[in-house]
Write a new protein. Structure first.
Length: 170
């Protein structure tokens, strides 16, 4: 049995995490074995993502204290755990989606990204997006492509000019 002080501490802990997060993911872990859940936590930890399990009523109270009224956790199905992403908005969704494909017992329920609630399909869509590094690479490629084309065209004209000049001497 959890004491009132322990409940207050859990609520404050969740509230603090809510105030500094970029992404909140909700998932139903009810059929997941403890070892698998620990594996998921380990994957989250490697990327600086925190995972918390608490009663839905305590989570709702933490949301109220953090003044986030986007979602009512009590209305979400199953035993709900929360994943908090602080640095990258997409990486928590990517990890959770990959893990749910490998472990059918885990069910993505929804999440809040940048203050917007997304259902299961929205979170899966977010997980399918390319990473920030991939997008930056594409941007650099898009910017450098016209420059390299221009350089190739100028070099080609220079080669042709040299070819014509070398043939004029002969």
């Amino acid at each position: 049995m959890i004491t009132k002080d322990q409940k207050k501490k859990i609520i404050e802990d969740i509230k603090d995490k809510l105030l500094k997060q970029k992404t909140i993911l909700f998932f139903d872990y009810s059929g997941l074995k403890v070892t698998k859940f620990q594996d998921l936590r380990g994957q989250f930890r490697e990327d600086g993502i925190e995972c918390q399990v608490a009663k839905k009523s305590l989570i709702d109270l933490a949301f109220q204290k953090a003044k986030i009224d986007i979602v009512k956790v009590r209305e979400l199905p199953g035993q709900v755990a929360i994943a908090f992403g602080y640095d990258d908005e997409i990486q928590p969704a990517r990890i959770l989606h990959k893990f749910s494909k490998e472990n059918e017992e885990l069910e993505i329920v929804g999440g809040v990204v940048e203050g917007v609630y997304l259902d299961k399909e929205g979170i899966i869509g977010l997980a399918m997006l390319p990473s920030k590094q991939e997008l930056l690479g594409k941007l650099v490629g898009s910017i450098s492509s016209p420059l390299s084309d221009l350089m190739n065209a100028l070099e080609g004209n220079l080669r042709k000019l040299l070819f014509v000049l070398s043939n004029c001497k002969a």
